[in-house]
Each structure stands twice: as structure tokens, then as C-alpha cells.
Design a protein around this ligand. Structure first.
Ligand SMILES: [Zn+2]
Length: 145
């Protein structure tokens, strides 16, 4: 067995420095966690405001759809649903952004050409979706039957 390492005894001053360093480890780690939590809260707020800004633009003028938040910004900002309308048959539906196969860095406006109306797909048509707004939660039932 290898001989155990015995550090030379510390002087009183060294021991004090060591205690200070150990105390600082905890203090700095706590400050880091606090700063990170604040930063994450600010990012969530920025994402939420970005969604609200886009919604106001869509409501007021119907576009332009670009620029828009990304999928993960919308989800993190508390707007994980996108309400769309088929440009052909005018059927409205809400899309669960978190469930889409697209990467989370995809911009919401890039979904306009990628989301298809299932009703029109049955008729072999592939019209683009009109983006209406980001919503916090899906409605229980579709307004039209
Ligand atoms: Zn349609």
C-alpha cells in the first residue's frame, strides 16, 4: 500500500485563508445560481414580449409574418400554440408547436409554407396556411363544425 500523504500542518494564517476560500466557494456558487435564475427569467420575459409583439402585428395588419419568434421562444414565452387558417377552405385549427417535427430554432413564419390543411389534402390540394396568432392554450372545441 502506498504511504498516506500527510500535508504539512498549516500555520494559523494559512488556515484562515483556507476557511475564507471555502466560504467564498459557497457564496459565489449561490450568486451564480441567482444570476442564472434571473437571466433565465429575463429571457422568458423577452420571449413572451416577442410573442405578444408578433400577435399585435398580426392582429393589426395581418403581417408581415417575418420576423417572428422561433418555436422554442414561443414555447418558453408561454405561447406554445399557433392558430392557423387554411388559405383555401378557411378551416381554422391550432397547432401544438412543441409537437412539431421541425427543429425548435425554426421561425414561426417559416411554418406558413410547411403546415398543411388535412381537409384540403384529402382533395389533393396543398394550400399554404395563413398564420393568425400565437395562443397560450388551445380551445376545447373548434368553433365551426
Ligand atoms: Zn383547407
Amino acid at each position: 500500500m502506498a504511504p498516506k500523504h500527510h500535508p504539512s500542518p498549516l500555520s494559523g494564517g494559512d488556515r484562515k485563508e483556507l476557511e475564507k476560500a471555502r466560504a467564498m466557494t459557497t457564496i459565489l456558487a449561490t450568486q451564480s445560481a441567482e444570476a442564472r435564475a434571473k437571466g433565465e427569467a429575463l429571457i422568458r420575459r423577452a420571449d413572451k414580449l416577442s410573442c405578444e409583439s408578433w400577435n399585435e402585428k398580426m392582429w393589426a395588419d395581418g403581417g408581415p409574418i417575418d420576423p417572428s419568434p422561433t418555436i422554442d421562444q414561443a414555447v418558453d414565452g408561454g405561447y406554445p400554440w399557433l392558430e392557423i387558417e387554411c388559405s383555401r377552405c378557411k378551416t381554422r385549427r391550432e397547432v401544438d408547436l412543441a409537437a412539431l417535427p421541425h427543429p425548435p430554432t425554426t421561425f414561426v413564419h417559416d411554418l406558413a409554407g410547411r403546415l398543411r390543411c388535412s381537409r384540403c389534402a384529402k382533395a389533393n390540394r396543398r394550400p399554404a396556411a395563413t398564420l393568425l396568432q400565437l395562443v397560450r392554450r388551445a380551445r376545447q372545441a373548434a368553433p365551426e363544425t
